[in-house]
Design a protein around this ligand. Sequence first.
Ligand SMILES: [Zn+2]
Length: 115
Amino acid sequence: MKKLICRNCGNAEFEVLNVGETLCKCGRRLTKLSDYQLESSSKWKENQRRRAEIISKISLLKREVDKCLDERDEEGFKKRSFELKLCYHFLDNALKDPQLRLKERIQQNQNKFSF
Ligand SMILES: [Zn+2]
């Protein structure tokens, strides 16, 4: 089941005040369903935003790496390739949809079992 979070601060813990009225840690009283948000959808949006940021950073770094190669700037080349590697690492791991990661883990385990 998807968790409900506060629309205001993203927190998922509420104190129940009355029937249909809860108090969030941020001090906001939540009375309507529209005061809440589904956790997964907001996380997904956040991930999409960060993905886009990293992807644009990658294309920038690639250009800079090329420039360093042209100018034979070894120090800059090393630094930027390392940053580039980090960006790819982020894309591969941190920003993946947790559901997708779970699926992959299950597939990996299935591969193990099929040996
Ligand atoms: Zn809140």
